[in-house]
Design a protein around this ligand. Structure first.
Ligand code: GLU
Length: 303
């Protein structure tokens, strides 16, 4: 079967070195197998994303030599597909409206939270439809999760096991403002696009258990997953779009594309020295075995 990978950026800012590395790995993995790469803009949150950032992302990826074969419909235009999946879950009796306020959710004690959010305590799980109207506002919709382990084999991190009931709780699939959430959209889209492998940052590893649960409920084929280590600033902080220094905007002013790719490949152990490289030139030596599990601290002075 031909491998199909994807770039799935959120156009809410410039790329930084961390998400650049995930893109480079997604590219290397698919290109080294002669497969296809699809670009999909994850612009569900129309408040935070815009077409200007999307164009900039395309220009940055092209400048770096990270080519894709086609671009698919952006998520903001796929509401009907998400609605259909939502309806299926509803017909299975797995959805319920949640009226919990943001401040209540922030107060929930969450010792087992897997991604820094909280473990939902099921407060609205058994409310009777008669109670719903009394809130006088639109609810978010949550999917019930079973008290059972979801296990997956990750191409970088190895075995990952999560019990959704214990580690996450019933999770939101549609927000109160009607926006379908990433967890649902990513499953519907990756399945429709025939994606066979998902390569992304390790910060999304815990989301994968939720996504596998949705794949199973919706009867969709799940891809393979590889979660790459995150890039940390030299002082150990996680890089984010707010780290101006490591944003592509600043890096492009100082380095060529080959210098950036070569230094990044060096930082992650894909080559022994920080020599300039094109993405193509890394293909022959590329192997997942070289990609470390642990997050990487950017060596001082490399950029
Ligand atoms: N849109 C997400 C991001 O830019 C990536 C989601 C994914 O790869 O599944 O961080």
């Amino acid at each position: 079967m031909r491998s199909v990978g994807r770039f799935a950026p959120t156009p809410s800012g410039r790329m930084h070195l961390g998400n650049l590395f995930s893109a480079l790995l997604a590219w290397l993995s698919v290109r080294s197998q002669g497969g296809e790469l699809v670009l999909r803009m994850e612009d569900l949150d129309t408040q935070r994303t815009n077409a200007g950032y999307a164009s900039q992302l395309r220009r940055d990826l092209t400048w770096l030599g990270l080519t894709w074969d086609r671009e698919t419909t952006p998520q903001s235009q796929r509401q009907e597909a998400y609605q259909a999946a939502f309806r299926l879950l509803e017909e299975m009796g797995l959805l319920y409206p949640c009226y919990c306020t943001r401040s209540r959710l922030h107060r929930i004690d969450a010792p087992h939270a897997t991604d820094g959010v909280y473990v939902y305590d099921g407060r609205c799980r058994n409310r009777k439809p008669e109670e719903w109207a009394a809130f006088g506002r639109l609810p978010a919709w949550r999917v019930r999760v079973p008290d059972r382990e979801v296990s997956l084999w990750d191409g970088v991190q190895g075995q990952y096991i999560e019990n959704l009931a214990r580690d996450c709780g019933d999770f939101v699939v549609r927000r109160a403002d009607g926006v379908f959430v990433y967890q649902l959209a990513v499953v519907v889209d990756d399945a429709r696009m025939g994606v066979t492998e998902v390569v992304r940052g390790a910060d999304l590893l815990s989301s994968t258990a939720r996504q596998l649960y949705l794949y199973r409920l919706l009867g969709l084929p799940a891809p393979k997953f590889a979660h790459c280590p995150l890039l940390l600033a030299p002082d150990g902080r996680r890089l984010s779009k707010r780290d101006g220094d490591q944003s592509l905007e600043n890096l492009r002013a100082k380095y060529t594309a080959e210098e950036i790719v070569g230094r990044l490949a060096f930082a992650y152990g894909l080559q022994p020295e920080p020599a300039p490289r094109t993405p193509e030139s890394l293909i022959p030596d590329f192997s997942w075995d070289k990609v470390p599990k642990q997050d990487i601290c950017l060596p001082e002075g490399l950029f």
